[in-house]
Design a protein around this ligand. Structure first.
Ligand SMILES: Cc1ncc(C[n+]2csc(CCOP(=O)(O)OP(=O)(O)O)c2C)c(N)n1
Ligand SMILES: CC(=O)[C@@H](O)[C@H](O)COP(=O)(O)O
Ligand SMILES: [Mg+2]
Length: 639
């Protein structure tokens, strides 16, 4: 791709903002100018690498209004999910480091308390902000009520249907005396938001009740000065307005929250007035703010799906000149094609996504099988129960989901699926290191958490060839199954392959000096390591385990018994993963394991960076596997 065509002017105000308190000196006009500079900075960033974009463009004014109203060194702020945190980072002292965001060693693409006191939790999963904020508000109330600190949760309309939000709303009246929930409604999740809550929010935008309230609240707000004077007397009138039911949002009101809005989330002056009104009031409050995802950059506003996290692109002012092409074919493509074939060949097969239609490349499935495609919204627990229900009555649901997000549904995998022994198939995408999204998105626990459930078959394809066989296998198997694959280019290992059989591994190389047992898609790395070692005269056996459960003990145990060194390899947590399964099986069979080494993710969180560099740092690339085998072979003790 040619060099970026930079059309932006150097920011003048943004570099002077060392902390949000520097925003206090800005006039409204200067604040609006700053909003433009922030947008320009965001545009420049995605000219050099893929990053979350449209969501950030949409919250620039909201972010500025919040920081100009509250002091988030004492008040508390949580951005739900955290993918829209870039403007916040830019005004909380991180402008100078911003260029390196999402690169190894650079700023995280999500909130990170290590970077700033303005970030409270490392997050990346959606929906938890309201509950966490309620806890903060409650704790502050218990510990320092006299300080009148406010807690603000900003949550998007995509995240808002998450079940945990309602669990928190249910408690909000009791504990949220100084809780403000800002509902950022841009009519979008990554794809258009779906479901009854979305419909309700749409109705709130247009209801006549709301229009009446708007007029009334506007009248009161007109009397609230932008800066300075106390507003208590006016709030009494707002309370009255609420009492007589002039507001929309009765659902929230009935739960004990005060509902204000919807208001224009790109009008900084108006938002500051509303926020000040909230600040002078009692919580819990829900402020409904309407924004446009991609605001300020026309192509993103017109196509927020593509521009949620677009590939690198070159722009000319408000125009995309060139967008980096799609790149290589990934395991996600392979899985999506396999699911398409499955639905095509089996009327009982359905596919479920929890708001990741785009990420899982399910658009074609959605269009070709509209009655058997289900988007539950960001509601993973619901998706799993829903799948269990479908399976119970004879369907063959495929839950296509990121490994990390399925963690939300742990208890339902246990109770609704595994305990009932229902034939639900989990296609676990991003099983492994997710790259620039970092620790919130790395899918490194699924082998450990899936393996513990009775009835569950746990598969880890070594390559695309395996993956393509595993889905049809799962759909024929009358029990729960999972198939996990990484966010990586799909590879097919050359040579003759053995057909897939339950609980059977595949031996791809034979060698008497040791064995590499591979549990998943690092298989090409293991084969490359074996090649390098062969060049040095070390002949390694390479096993493609395919099944982490049931484990092929028939193949694996004799190797451990007979060969002088064994290395297990997996792109997952060592605790409880594939290597653990191998050690457990050996221990249970009384086989000595002193010469077994496990390679995988250690007991710590892996930072963000490109997947390849992270794998290399963990010794999980061909060079690392080779190194481990060399080290072991040089101090091999006879078995
Ligand atoms: C538990 C969980 N599931 C799925 C995702 C993937 N995801 C990230 S952002 C997003 C859409 C969020 O929509 P919204 O909250 O409205 O924010 P917007 O991008 O519109 O600003 C989704 C589905 C996630 N981060 N966490
Ligand atoms: C914020 C979020 O959770 C998603 O936008 C995620 O970053 C998508 O990841 P992929 O790029 O791997 O689909
Ligand atoms: Mg949204």
């Amino acid at each position: 791709m040619p060099d970026t065509e930079t059309t932006s002017v150097r920011p003048a105000i943004l570099p002077t903002i060392a902390s949000p308190r520097d925003l206090d000196a800005l006039s409204l006009v200067e604040t609006e100018r700053l909003a433009g500079e922030i947008r320009d900075t965001l545009c420049n960033l995605v000219s050099s690498r893929s990053a979350h974009f449209a969501s950030n463009l949409g919250v620039v004014e909201l972010c500025l209004a919040l920081h100009q109203t509250f002091d988030f060194l004492s008040d508390r702020l949580i951005w739900d999910t955290g993918h829209q945190i870039y403007p916040h980072k830019l005004v909380t002292g991180r402008f100078a480091q911003f260029e390196g965001i999402r690169t190894k060693g650079g700023l995280m693409g999500y909130p990170n308390p290590v970077e700033s006191d303005y970030d409270l939790f490392v997050t990346g999963h959606a929906g938890s902000s309201v509950a966490t904020a309620l806890g903060l508000a409650s704790g502050d109330d218990l510990l320092r009520a006299h300080e009148n600190r406010w807690t603000v949760a900003v949550i998007g309309d995509g995240a808002f249907p998450s079940g945990v939000v309602y669990e928190a709303l249910n408690n909000a009246k009791a504990h949220g005396r100084r809780l403000l929930i800002v509902l950022n409604d841009n009519k979008m999740s990554i794809c258009p938001r779906v479901g009854g809550v979305a419909d309700y929010l749409d109705r709130l935008r247009i209801s006549r009740v709301y229009n009446g309230a708007k007029t009334e609240v506007q009248r009161i707000l007109q009397q609230i000065p932008l800066l300075g004077d106390p507003t208590e007397r006016l709030l009494a009138q707002v309370k009255e307005a609420a009492k007589v039911g002039l507001h929309g949002g009765m659902f929230f009101e009935d739960l004990g929250l005060r509902y204000f809005g919807p208001i224009d989330g790109h009008n900084i002056g108006l938002m500051r007035k509303y926020l000040r009104m909230c600040q002078k009031s009692d919580g819990p409050i829900l402020l409904h703010v309407v924004t446009e995802k991609g605001h300020g950059f026309q192509p993103a506003a017109e196509d927020p799906v593509t521009f949620h996290a677009p590939p690198q692109f070159r722009r000319d002012v408000d125009r995309v000149v060139e967008m980096k092409k799609g790149g290589s074919r990934t395991y996600t493509h392979a899985a999506s094609e396999a699911i398409h074939e499955a639905l095509g060949g089996n009327d009982r097969a359905t596919v479920l996504t929890a708001a990741m239609c785009q990420g899982n490349k399910l658009e074609k499935l959605r269009d070709d099988f509209p009655t058997r495609f289900f988007d539950t919204g960001i509601c993973e627990a619901h998706a799993v129960c829903f799948a269990a229900g479908q399976a119970k009555v004879g369907m063959r649901p495929i839950v296509d989901i990121y490994s990390t997000f399925l963690q939300r549904a742990f208890d339902h995998i246990f109770q609704e699926v595994s305990l009932q022994d229902l034939p639900v198939t989990f296609m676990l995408d991003r099983g492994g290191l997710a790259g620039p999204d970092g620790p919130t998105h790395h899918g490194v626990f699924d082998l450990s958490y899936m393996r513990i459930f009775p009835n569950m078959v746990v598969m880890a394809p070594g390559d695309e060839h395996d993956l393509r066989q595993m889905l049809p296998f799962a759909l024929k198997h009358d029990h729960p199954c999972s198939v996990r694959y990484p966010k990586a280019t799909a590879v097919t290992v050359e040579g003759e392959r053995t057909p897939l059989e339950l609980g059977r591994a595949e031996v791809l190389r034979h060698g008497a000096d040791g064995a590499i047992l591979c549990g998943g898609a690092l298989l090409p790395e293991c084969l490359a390591a074996a090649d390098r070692l062969a060049e040095q005269g070390v002949a390694m056996t390479v096993v493609n385990a395919r099944f982490v459960k049931p484990l092929d003990t028939q193949t694996i145990l004799p190797l451990i018994r007979d060969l002088p060194l064994i290395v297990t390899v997996e792109e997952g947590a060592l605790a409880g993963g594939f290597g653990s399964a191998v050690l457990e099986a050996a221990a249970d069979a009384g086989v000595n394991t002193h010469h077994v080494r496990r390679l995988g993710i250690p007991d710590s969180y892996v930072e963000h960076g490109e997947r390849e560099e992270l794998l290399s740092g963990l010794g999980l690339d061909a060079a690392g596997v080779t190194r481990t085998c060399q080290e072991l072979s040089s101090r091999t003790v006879p078995v």
